[in-house]
Design a protein around this ligand. Structure first.
Ligand code: BG6
Length: 473
């Protein structure tokens, strides 16, 4: 059997991209709630001061999962899922981010969510912070550049560990923590391209993560806490050794986050860079021990595409509104959003992370953002999405090889956006990943009706057969 017993098949979402109900039951505002929709390639408009009534903010309604939660979980459960990765919205629990007491109504919502997961026998995997920094603490402290964020985050994380003790054993501290190097506003509520600012914000997130790992283990020894890395797999543009060095530098830029969280200390290449650039970390007595004692239990990552980099790669990213690669890869086809589709890259990155850290890995995001069309056949609405099945099938085949041939310890696979949700990079609904279609458009118009796509039955078979159905195709 290629996929091990107990392999965690499922799907993944983020609160701000699906819940809606942005001001319900005492919820406060987060970075996501002040970001508007932007078309392909266009920058999002961001207002840090609050809501502009003339603009449309996709997080405010999203797919209203808040009020469709039981129905949505039932659709997941009927697919035979073993695991559901979702994020808890910090501002439901601590509306401003720094209160001393949590908001009971927010906690109660997730109690109900855990109830539904238990009903369906689905194991939860919770992202504690997924692009949802509270605006309150950004206004007061300036976001993660401030050390005060560490206390706020740890109080929030401890509240979750205590409240949901015994109900959830798998946790991720920060979604795609390396997005600090590409979009620090989304990653940390810090709007800056300054390397020093980003280094300090990351330092505080590392401390917060390490303290959360320690607290999670203390509160329930059965807890396992992972990091979450945006899987920026990259190939060198040519076999010119200078290109290989350029690619190594790009990997250093991205992977230092994982190095700190897995090894409990900064890698030499990063310390030398800080020295060269005159960047000082705000280290206080005892911090080294915090990092050392709070290393993660497993490495999770997202994987959608690969990059090509080299000696001339400069300014590879232009924010989260569309991933820019250094060079084009002529061997790959591209998605409608220009993301190079590279199934073998998934095998590659599983090996890369496992070789480097010798910790279990988990694919917690993967999928194809595509335009779907609803057709009516014999009076029934259908969505034929063979392109999505093809993408996922090819990636799962490579995941199987990583496990079977390469011996990588892979805990599970939760594909991204199993029900259509708002795209993080553009705010669009048009960019759909789901097995379940949601009738909602980019302007927030639609009935929110849920319709199963062809891929729904396909993935159901994959989950129910523990991947064996892939071999039949
Ligand atoms: C990851 C994020 O970067 O990519 C998700 O963790 C996001 O939040 C996903 O939705 C896909 O990106 P997009 O922009 O297509 O939604």
């Amino acid at each position: 059997m290629a996929f091990p017993q107990g392999f965690l098949w499922g799907g993944a979402t983020a609160a701000n991209q699906c819940e809606g109900a942005y001001d319900v039951d005492g919820k406060g505002l987060s970075t996501a709630d002040v970001m508007t929709v932007g078309g392909r390639g266009k920058a999002r408009q961001v207002t840090k001061d609050g809501i502009n009534p003339e603009l449309y903010y996709p997080s405010h309604v999203a797919i209203d999962h808040y009020h469709h939660m039981a129905e949505d979980i039932a659709l997941f459960g009927q697919m035979g899922w073993k695991c559901y990765r979702f994020s808890i919205n910090w501002t439901r629990i601590f509306p401003e981010g720094d209160e001393l007491e949590p908001n009971e109504a927010g906690l109660a919502f997730y109690d109900r969510l855990f109830d539904e997961l238990e009903r369906w026998g689905i194991e939860p995997l919770v992202t504690i912070s997924h692009f949802e920094t509270p605006l309150g603490v950004i206004r007061k402290f300036g976001g993660w550049e401030s050390r005060q964020m560490v206390d706020c985050y740890v109080r929030y994380a401890r509240t979750l560990f205590a409240r949901y003790r015994g109900r959830c054993h798998l946790w991720l501290t920060f979604n795609e923590i390396n997005n600090m190097s590409t979009n620090s506003w989304v990653a940390a509520g810090v709007d800056s391209t300054d390397e020093g600012v980003r280094a300090r914000a990351a330092y505080h997130e590392f401390l917060a993560s390490a303290l959360a790992v320690k607290a999670a283990h203390e509160i329930d020894p059965a807890n396992r806490v992972g990091l979450m890395y945006n899987g920026h797999l990259t190939y060198a543009a040519t076999c010119d050794p200078s290109d290989a060095i350029g690619t190594m530098k790009f990997e250093h830029l991205m992977m230092y986050y994982c190095d700190v969280m897995c090894h409990g200390r900064y890698p030499g290449y990063k310390l030398r860079q800080f020295e060269r650039e005159g960047i000082e970390l705000p280290v206080e007595a005892g911090d080294d021990a915090i990092l050392r004692e709070g290393t993660v239990d497993f490495v999770s990552f997202s994987y959608y595409l690969s990059h090509v980099t080299g000696q001339k790669t400069r300014g590879i990213f232009k924010g989260l509104q569309g991933i820019q690669t250094g060079y084009d890869n002529p061997y790959l086809e591209k998605s409608a959003w220009g993301w190079g589709v590279d199934p073998q890259g998934l095998r590659f990155i599983c090996n890369q992370l496992y070789d480097r850290y010798q910790l279990p890995v988990m694919v917690v995001e993967n999928g194809l953002g595509a335009v779907d069309e609803v057709v009516v056949e014999d009076g029934v609405e259908r969505i034929h999405d063979p392109y999505r099945i093809d993408y996922l099938r090819k990636h799962l085949e490579q995941l199987r090889l990583a496990i079977e041939e390469d011996g990588v310890d892979v805990m599970g696979y939760t594909c991204w956006g199993p029900i259509d949700i708002v795209a993080a990079s553009t705010g669009e609904m048009t960019k759909r990943y789901g097995f379940i279609y949601v009738d909602m458009d980019d302007a927030g118009k639609g009935t929110l009706r849920r319709i199963k796509k062809d891929s729904y039955e396909w993935y159901k078979r994959v989950c129910e057969t523990n991947g064996a159905s892939l071999e039949e195709e």
